[in-house]
Design a binder for this molecule. Sequence first.
Ligand code: DGL
Length: 273
Amino acid sequence: MKDASQCPIGVFDSGVGGLSILQALQQQLPGESFVYLADSGFAPYGERDEAFVLERARACLTLLRQHQAIKALVVACNTATALAISVLRQENPELPIFGVEPAIKPAAAASLTHKVGVLATAATLQSSKFLELLDRLQATDTEFVLQACEGLADAIEQQWQTGGNSAVLGLCRQYLAQMGAFGNAAGQIDTLVLGCTHYPFASRELQSLTGMSVRLLEPGAPVAKRVQQVLMEKGLTAQNQDGQCQLLATGETSNLQQAVSHWLNLSLPVRQV
Ligand code: DGL
């Protein structure tokens, strides 16, 4: 039987957003191989209910394992982490499973105006997991301005089909305008949490609207460090191999293909599963 440490790490998201996490994983763990699954046939997740997202999270894990044995799973999606990771962990106790959560704790620590904005899907913001996280920070003197961004992940996903980023920019403008003023002065939001893995791919648009003084926080690097630490503790670090990457999608494949070549500078085939 193949040594488990030589197996790839499975990564999934509803679509291309999880590539922001994959990018950080590849930087932190260049010797590891990855299988990335975009659940494009069932995206977006952000306006769906818990039962739907849980069923898809289970299906994604099954599809990854049918494709190839994996030694760990990264749920590269805030929505699926919020709605499904506890059940996935209960059902698969032998598999190390990592998730991504909006970085509101580091944001509270970083904010000098004590006013933090959080952009995420409606499903993430309404989830009990997120509300508990928020509750634990109520004792701090930070005010959180929460903004659900319906349609933004989808616009980021579709930008190659629609021929540009004007829909992305328009939605960023609309949602940021609802949150109040951004900047360094008292009462302004000086830290913005990107609580959906698609949103780092709209950083340029967001930063152009908030101004450069506002700090954008995304979870890729801390998650990658945590994966590295746990693989080391469990003796699962890959030995003597060059990291490879395979791409799978449950629906249309061209968004993932375009996103990987554009953002990760990789030219790889996408297999439909
Ligand atoms: N990228 C996902 C997240 O982090 C999901 C976006 C969506 O499918 O709505 O929440």
